[in-house]
Ligand binder design. Structure first.
Ligand code: NAP
Length: 252
């Protein structure tokens, strides 16, 4: 669908060792990009994504960093630039969603989710943006969540972080847009990955499914298609928007 849309682009995707990030990395490669594959622990998964991309005839390599750690993020971005020469686009996809009712939520749990899911996007963006601004072009996609739009019990930290990601996206779209860097977000609904495995099971899963006009949960490729579109020239009038491939689970 997006053949050649990202020809010659270098895209860094965080959390690309599995799930939605892996699908985004492969979809970017199908659209013509070379891809830096971010991961934190799962080197094997990252290498699988790299192998898929090499199989498509594009370049790829894996880069380790905990996105919540400023030094590790700086090191990762330096390594990607050394390897590929530059970064044209960044997809802030890495994320975690541990469940914890408010009254059982420790300050550490709260901080960890905010650090990875919100501060991680800030840190990676801050690191890649100076070179983009110097070149006068670049694109950033932040992966938010439907839960950041509707709020959800048991994941107050995650809902707050993802709502924050949408706010970050709008602020940076205004701040960086005039300098040539487009910033947008994608807010998936329940998507078939490790993260959503529990949510999709049993009675809860059946109830969720029954509420979806699409009649199915999203697969990572559904989310990846929104990302590739937002990175492409076809989306050149999109600034600070949140696309929602959620099967109708929330209509803004
Ligand atoms: P997933 O299958 O659990 O994969 C998470 C990815 O993030 C992995 O690649 C993991 O790396 C990486 N990661 C986790 N913590 C990290 C850290 N501190 N630093 C760097 N990387 C880290 O999750 P997913 O479902 O694909 O979710 C991807 C994104 O979509 C997340 O932002 C999530 O919030 C969002 N989302 C998901 C859904 C859904 O239903 N699945 C819905 C809405 C939004 P390792 O493999 O190395 O651990």
């Amino acid at each position: 669908m997006f053949e050649n849309a990202l020809d010659g682009k270098i895209v860094l995707v965080t959390g690309a060792s599995r799930g939605i990030g892996a699908a985004i990395a492969v979809a970017c490669a199908r659209a013509g990009a070379d891809v830096a594959v971010g991961y934190v622990q799962n080197r094997e998964g990252a290498e699988r994504t790299v192998a898929s991309i090499l199989g498509l005839g594009r370049q790829a390599a894996a880069f380790e960093a905990d996105v919540s750690d400023p030094d590790q993020v700086a090191r990762m971005v330096r390594a990607v630039v050394e390897h590929f020469g530059r970064i044209d686009a960044l997809v802030n996809n890495a994320g975690i969603m541990p469940e914890s009712p408010l009254l059982e939520m420790s300050v550490e749990e709260w901080k960890r989710v905010i650090d990875v899911d919100l501060t991680g996007a800030f840190l990676c963006t801050r690191e890649v943006v100076p070179a983009m601004v110097e070149r006068g072009e670049g694109a950033i996609i932040n992966i938010a969540s439907r839960l950041g739009q509707i709020g959800f019990p048991g994941v107050a930290h995650y809902s707050a972080a993802k709502a924050g990601v949408i706010g970050l996206t709008k602020a940076l779209a205004k701040e960086l847009g005039p300098k040539g860097v487009r910033v947008n977000a994608v807010a998936p609904g329940v998507t078939v990955t490790d993260m959503a495995a529990e949510v999709m099971q049993g009675e809860v899963g059946r109830r969720r499914l029954a509420e979806l006009p699409a009649g199915r949960f999203a697969v990572p490729e559904d989310v990846a298609a929104s990302v590739v579109f937002l990175l492409s020239e076809a989306a050149s009038m999109y600034y600070g928007q949140t696309l929602a491939p959620n099967g109708g689970g929330y209509m803004a």
